[in-house]
Design a protein around this ligand. Sequence first.
Ligand SMILES: Cc1ncc(COP(=O)(O)O)c(C=O)c1O
Length: 385
Amino acid sequence: MADHWEEVQKKLDTIHEKQLFRETKVYQGIDFCSNDYMGLTSNPRMLEYFQSRKNIDPFGSTASRLVRGNRVSMDQFESEFARFVEGEAALLVSTGFTANFGLLDSIAAPDCFVFTDRLNHASILDGIRISGAQKKYYNHLDLNHLRSLLEKVESEDPGHKKKRIVVTETLFSMDGDSPDLKTLLGLKKEFGFVLVLDEAHALGIYGPSGKGLVFRDLSLSEIQSIDYRVYTLGKSLGLEGGIIVTKKIGRDHLVNVMRSFIFSTAPLPMISEFALFALSLIRSMDKERHTLLSLARELMNSLEQNGFVLTHSTSHIIPLLLTTEKEALFYANSLQGIGLDVRAIRPPTVSTPRLRISLNAKLKLNDIQVLIEELIRVREKWNSL
Ligand SMILES: Cc1ncc(COP(=O)(O)O)c(C=O)c1O
């Protein structure tokens, strides 16, 4: 039998050889990489609120939400959040990963088809895998390809004996682009599938009051026909957690069958208390949303004018494509060395190595200009090696 630790060492050697070694580092420098898009983790009002809460429950929730882990603030946050995004009900879980993974596992099964964008987040893909459903990948954002896959399944199973589920992110975290939601809702009407949308990177930034991309692109009746919407508290809300918005019976179903909810300790009680406050702040941050999107336009235009190759981003996530893992690491390390926290994203997370530049509302125009100048300098250095 092969020695386990020898096997581990071999795997690590291969990862190193491919320039794919990762390590946890404590952050430093100006933030061009986090998902704290609204800057809430250092918002003075959040800090003030934190310090003013004398009776906060500082420790763990002690058990799962179905045992002794549930709190009034968790129920309140769910109701408030559902109201915010005009849904019937919501379920709070410990992370966005848990939400996607548990949801897909709960609603899919070996006798159903799940159509997924090829670039969907690992939590979605793993949820589908664990459910045993028949996975149908469609090309990234290609709803014509989705249509042709749906038609094929329609001809094989015209009586809809097998359930169809379509799942996509509304804003792709590693590419910064979005599907055409109107067309997707049109397909839902035509083919009658269950629709799951992941608004992780859109909440707080897009739509009126930061309600998300669906509110920017769809009518209320279309929004209410979406079966499940998944959000995370770990990005614009500056906290940690996941929340699934669905029908009341959808929530009851998940509470009874979703293993990652049932068999896991409830979130820290203070998270839902702060989440209520974070949500109230987010609603009123129109000025910050405007700043963020104008910084994004500025950065995108300047990078393109300076000959950098970008993805087809339409958002505040602006990935800069590079050719090799080594090049991506060179750029990231050089920028980090001068206090600009930009990270390299490499396979298997993405197929093309890149710098994932994500902006937040606390950045200033000057930060963007410094980043562009330094990127040009790093490129010169790389080209002269
Ligand atoms: C699209 C998407 N969904 C879900 C998640 C998982 O959310 P969380 O970080 O709260 O676990 C992520 C994380 O980056 C994500 O990008």
